[in-house]
Ligand binder design. Structure first.
Ligand code: ARG
Length: 574
């Protein structure tokens, strides 16, 4: 049980309401709008009907009935139909601080996910295409969920469901044979592929025979013709070499790169099964699953020319993942434009009697666009993710030159700040909202940004460095005299935030929403800065110093681990 849950359980044990269970009381406890009011509030409105009494009266009755001797609480008060509970620092500081400083980065680890595998399909790029700003959200949201699942004891499987199948690869092969050369490809990478692909389209306007050649080339690829396969493998390698550089910078990795091509020989079984269940029918020569009963267009499985589709391969992939990983959940972090695709996919699985269809989850997200005037990095029609990262790093280096000219390893630190700023910006948003990206906003040191958190962490570290103490300085418990150093508003708010981390992580995976964690560490950073502003640490009264330094150390641990979970480095200096 986390500290927060224990506190809730304790509160509910003190309250007796006729015909209302302890569990229900416990689950009704919410954080009050203003942390100064207390740590927990019990809204009494929902009991009014049952008790035939006004919420205001109920709240007052509860307060007067509580016989706790107030060793645990600073105050318990009834306000406007709420009962607010404020725990006293002495009762909880030793507990939470000792948990954090002894467990360090493993604080908030749990085993709740033991034995449960979670497939996470994210990033899932297309071969021979450049990775652009539209890939940012899926990549960093997937990466964050992956690390958080792992921290909670699950077994996450990161899957990059490569878009490596389709007639466009026939076009590329033809274009490469006509205009490409290995040297240019090796030097320019994916851009060289895009270039010849664009040329193919322009030329095929006047030379439609090119399209026939492309179809034939794709057919040869499908049939395993060695030369075509070799060329395709080269395109794939070039693409992966390039995207892996981006993944490294973003600290994202995958356990599997099984993409669409991998399912080429795994679709027949699925289609046969759907046939035998009488789910399929032929419509205009194509094989479909009719979904009109569910207010959806049909799910197209095989085109009239015999070609399979994106959905067919996703069906085969779903079967394969269930069989191979026996997942507890299979998550798809894919833009909301594909809402319908996933609704259809999950419906077909359900109709096929797969009980696990309910464990398939589409985690959609909104679009990222760059604000007006920030388009200088456009290449062709896309804003490359690599360019965005590099530009953010460049700007961070400029900022560091002004802010801290003496800084050693400036470029190394600028990489952490710049890339971290981009990641944080993409994560610190309700997933489903469209976002307009701005370098200045993302890199601001005093907004709700990655650099702000990194900077706050560096501040905490420098306080600790100046104290020049070793780990055993933070040994706990503190005496009451020492704890008096934390008996102030700012410390109380910070402490009550620190103890919430385990519950925050649970919320993130319940809602597939990493922004719950990003906002949380923003709150921690803000609370720490207020604490630091109002309370001396170095020059504190001697008996206060140790407790305050420990709170600083605990904050550093939470910030660093919070950043790591989001995929962001925490520089030790900046
Ligand atoms: N490659 C696809 C695209 O770029 C995304 C694939 C998402 N994953 C999946 N299993 N459908 O749109």
């Amino acid at each position: 049980m986390s500290i927060v849950e224990e506190k809730k359980a304790y509160i509910s044990s003190l309250i007796k309401i006729d015909n209302v269970s302890n569990i229900e009381i416990q689950e009704s406890l919410i954080p009050p709008p203003d942390p100064e009011l207390g740590d927990f509030a019990l809204p009494c409105f929902k009991f009014a009907k049952l008790l035939k009494t006004s919420p205001v009266k109920i709240a007052e009755n509860i307060v007067s009935s509580i016989t706790d001797d107030h060793t645990m609480f600073d105050k318990i008060v009834a306000i406007n139909g709420y009962v607010n509970f404020k725990f006293n620092i002495r009762a909880s500081a030793n507990r939470v601080l000792s948990e954090i400083v002894t467990q360090k980065s493993t604080y908030a680890n749990s085993s709740e996910g033991m034995g449960r595998t979670i497939c996470i399909d994210y990033s899932s790029i297309n071969i021979a295409k450049l990775m652009h700003i539209g890939h940012l959200s899926t990549t960093v949201i997937g990466g964050a969920l992956y690390r958080i699942y792992k921290k909670l004891g699950y077994n996450p499987i990161g899957i990059n469901h490569l878009g490596d199948w389709g007639t466009q690869f026939g076009k590329l092969i033809v274009a490469f044979k006509l205009w490409g050369n290995i040297e240019k490809l090796t030097n320019d990478g994916v851009s060289a592929l895009t270039e010849i692909y664009v040329k193919f389209h322009a030329e095929s306007e006047t030379k439609p025979e090119l399209l026939d050649m492309a179809r034939a080339a794709f057919k040869r690829l499908e049939d395993g013709d060695p030369e075509s396969v070799q060329l395709f493998e080269l395109f794939k390698k070039i693409t992966l070499d390039e995207v892996n550089k981006v993944y490294d910078r973003l600290h994202v990795h995958f356990d599997s790169y099984n993409g669409e091509a991998f399912y080429n020989d795994k679709m027949d079984v699925v289609i046969n099964e759907l046939d035998s269940l009488n789910l399929t029918e032929i419509s205009d020569g194509a094989k479909i699953v009719d979904l009109s009963k569910y207010d959806m267009p049909p799910c197209l499985l095989v085109r009239s020319d015999g070609a399979t589709l994106y959905a067919t391969r996703d069906l085969a992939a779903a079967y394969y993942r269930k069989r191979t990983y026996d997942f507890y959940k299979c998550i798809y972090v894919v833009a909301y434009q594909q809402n319908l695709h996933f609704k259809q996919l999950f419906k077909v699985l359900e109709l096929a009697g797969k009980t696990w269809a309910k464990d398939m989850i589409h985690v959609p997200f909104g679009m990222v666009s760059l604000e007006e005037g920030a388009m200088s990095t456009r290449r062709g029609n896309v804003i490359l993710l690599m360019d965005v990262l590099s530009k953010a790093v460049e700007k961070s280096a400029e900022i560091m030159t002004v802010k801290n000219p003496a800084l050693k390893d400036k470029m190394e630190i600028a990489e952490k700040i710049g890339v971290g700023a981009i990641t944080f910006f993409a994560l610190n948003n309700n997933r489903i909202k469209d976002i307009v990206f701005s370098y200045d906003k993302a890199l601001s040191f005093d907004g709700e940004t990655g650099p702000y958190i990194q900077y706050t962490n560096v501040r905490a570290l420098s306080i600790l460095r100046n104290l020049g103490v070793s780990d055993d300085y933070f040994s706990i418990p503190f005496t009451d005299d020492e704890l008096a150093g934390l008996d102030n508003k700012e410390s109380a708010i910070l402490l009550s935030l620190l103890e919430k981390m385990p519950d925050i992580l649970t919320q993130v995976i319940e809602k597939f929403e990493p922004s719950i964690l990003s906002r949380y560490i923003i709150d921690v950073a803000k609370a720490f800065n207020r604490f630091y502003l109002e309370n001396r640490i170095m020059n504190a009264e001697t008996n206060y110093r140790r407790a305050r330094a420990t709170l600083t150390y605990a904050t550093h641990i939470i910030l660093e681990e919070g950043l790591r979970l989001l995929g962001i480095d925490a520089p030790t200096e900046m």
